[in-house]
Write a protein that binds this ligand. Structure first.
Ligand code: TXA
Ligand code: MG
Length: 311
């Protein structure tokens, strides 16, 4: 595996590797992605193997300009409106597919597309001259990587290169299916439903069943509501080996994720990965208000938790 700096030489090398059908991890504005040429079926097949991803779970396709969207998908008016407002950015749209290998879409007739708001993937896609798949750079079911160190630890010996860089948001993109009316939210992310509703009508439904839970070696308990502090303290008094993830260091043995909800979002996966690496058997997580990006934070916590305590 080559560790590449995000400079001209490093990015040129990354493009060379992509051209040969290699697998390259890189930062995006959401989380770390694992890319390969979306039109190269052999490369995509290897990517599925490396990620241990079920063959029927489709990949998001990353594009660098709108003409690439029109080449691979059927674009309706609603999608056009949303692309004008949110591309590039942390919104993935699901379209009827046109020209993209079946392996990429897991056999589905729909294709998920996003345009990352990050200069590294944009440059890689532009210089390759073809769309690049952009799944998260983790083994299927494991926590989502937000730092290059996470990718080294999990996939370092299985992929060809990692470009070093920063993921500003820390949570995966919002996913919206625009093939149905009204469009349907499939995953909460940095672009909130409220923001999308300023432009179009949205069908909001329980999305938690959409993706399976994260597989962890620790028992994760999430605490929400007014009494969460007290409940965490009570739990800690019984389980002294527990590690806490919280916005402030008020419990002792705490991995601090920051007071602003944006900081929480950016640091939460890193905190979970750290706590697991420390060998924690029990992780107690202080929840946040389910509003704006807090909704996406809580969604990921629910997908990690053995149990959620409400107060
Ligand atoms: O922010 C992100 O979206 C990151 C960055 C790296 O781009 N990528 C990401 O990919 O989160 P991944 O593979 O971890 O999650 C993609 C989700 C999966 O749950 C997949 O089932 C869904 O998108 N998906 C992809 N194509 C789909 C399709 N055609 N129909 C329905 N769901 C689809
Ligand atoms: Mg993922």
């Amino acid at each position: 595996m080559e560790l590449l700096k995000p400079e001209e030489k490093g990015l040129k090398r990354a493009v060379e590797i992509l051209e040969k059908g290699g697998l390259v991890a890189f930062p995006t504005e959401t989380v770390y992605g694992l890319g390969c040429d979306a039109m190269n079926e052999k490369a995509v097949e290897r990517l599925f193997e490396v990620k241990k991803r079920p063959k029927n779970k489709p990949l998001i396709v990353g594009v660098a300009d709108l003409s690439q969207v029109y080449e691979i998908a059927e674009v309706n008016e609603i999608a056009e409106k949303l692309m004008r407002s949110f591309f590039p950015g942390p919104l993935t749209l699901i379209f009827k597919k046109k020209k993209i290998p079946d392996i990429v879409t897991g056999g589905s007739k729909k294709v998920a597309i996003r345009m990352p708001a990050h200069e590294i993937p944009l440059k890689l896609i532009r210089d390759l001259g073809k769309p690049v798949v952009v799944p998260s750079a983790n083994i299927s079911g494991r926590f989502t990587p937000t730092k290059f160190e996470h990718v080294i630890a999990e996939l370092g010996d299985k992929i060809d290169a990692i470009v070093i860089g920063d993921c500003k948001i820390g949570l995966e993109s919002t996913i919206l299916d625009v093939t149905v009316f009204p469009p349907k939210i499939l995953r909460h992310g940095a672009i909130s439903v409220e923001e999308i509703k300023k432009f179009i009508e949205v069908h909001e439904e329980e999305t938690r069943e959409f993706e399976e839970k994260f597989t962890t070696s620790a028992e994760i308990y999430v605490f929400v509501g007014e009494e969460k502090e007290k409940m965490i303290r009570d739990f800690l008094s019984k389980r002294e080996d527990a590690i806490v993830i919280a916005r402030k260091d008020i419990y002792g043995k705490t991995i601090v994720v920051g007071e602003k909800v944006e900081d929480y979002a950016k640091n939460v996966f890193d905190a979970l990965i750290k706590a697991e690496k420390m060998g924690a058997k029990v992780i107690l997580v202080e929840g946040v208000e389910e509003r704006g990006i807090g909704k996406a934070v809580m969604d990921r916590l629910y997908k990690s938790a053995k149990k959620v305590f409400h107060s």
